[in-house]
Design a protein around this ligand. Sequence first.
Ligand code: NAD
Length: 363
Amino acid sequence: MKQNDFVYQSRPGRVVFGAGSLQHLERELLALGATRALVLAAPDQRPTAADIASRLGERCAGIFDRVVMHIPIEVAREAQALARTLSADCVIALGGGSSIGLGKAIALNSGLPILAIPTTYAGSEMTPIFGLTEAGVKRTGTDLKVLPRTVIYDPELTMTLPAEMSVASGMNALAHAAEGLYAQDANPITSLMSEEAIGALARGLRGVTRDANDIGARTDALYGAWLAGTVLGAVGMALHHKLCHTLGGSFNLPHAQTHAVILPHVLAYNAKAAPDAMARVARALGVPHAARGVYDLARENGLPVSLRDIGMREIELDRAAELATTNAYWNPRRIDLDSVRGLLQMAFEGRPPDELTSRQRLT
Ligand code: NAD
């Protein structure tokens, strides 16, 4: 395809954004034609789920508050059985990617519409991608049935997300936007969204670190997360996401923190192969170099910057490199085992990436 040719496919979905927008919940439920909603939440978000239930009165069929990470199939079956028993005609997924992921698992089999209320910056609410774990193996797929019909983004609900988790989650969002800029199927609309997302996330995360109760910063971060999630749902992801899925899935590293550690090193790896994308990341961050700018953003806002510090063992780096380069996703720079192993070493040690004098061989 020539550089100026592109395909842009918008996704159906309604977004209600703004501090206090949870007040529109009943209106939005009715607009979906739903009258009996099952609310999904993790145990620690039970109080907010109960608040939602009391706002809805009879329109709330019940609460399932046993959301866990990675959507074990047994939990998905249990929640789906409850939805059936209660004759629910909609699921309200309150929380982060795990809660929204459970909503997707229910929607996949039942076709029930999802109304999502995200409280982290992971972005799952804007994608038709689902994941389910069966016998320890996570399977992912894409189906438009799982794309939430309505998303209520209320920054007030993110105020309780601790600052460090907020920054890590925001770096997860930033990774969607950054990889979206050099995606094979990137287009002018998603690239605009990516650049805007990175700027808003950087502003928001710096603000949240200064004051976790700053609603303006929370609003910036959630706005950036929405845009980044939209990019994730619209174009293909590359080496960064493959590495993070490998490290999370096979080495049990924490999802958002892994994104934060890996992203600067993947940007350094791809710097020469995707100079326009790097220029846009750097411009959005207001820094001279993309990879170093992302590394500094994470470090200056209190995140661990090495795989060592988030539970990786050096002895496992060889296997991680092998897994990440098997069935690799498309990437702007050719992926080879030695270079990816070098990238992982840099990330393990937490050294600052330097896209200009990178030790990694450009192949
Ligand atoms: P999460 O949903 O697992 O939440 C982490 C913890 O934070 C939970 O205990 C949760 O209850 C708590 N929490 C959430 N919001 C809070 C708030 N506002 N205040 C206090 N505590 C809060 O974490 P996540 O990072 O949002 O999601 C990660 C999962 O989502 C991974 O399994 C990942 O694979 C998946 N994901 C999927 C997609 C997709 O498109 N399918 C996209 C991104 C992430």
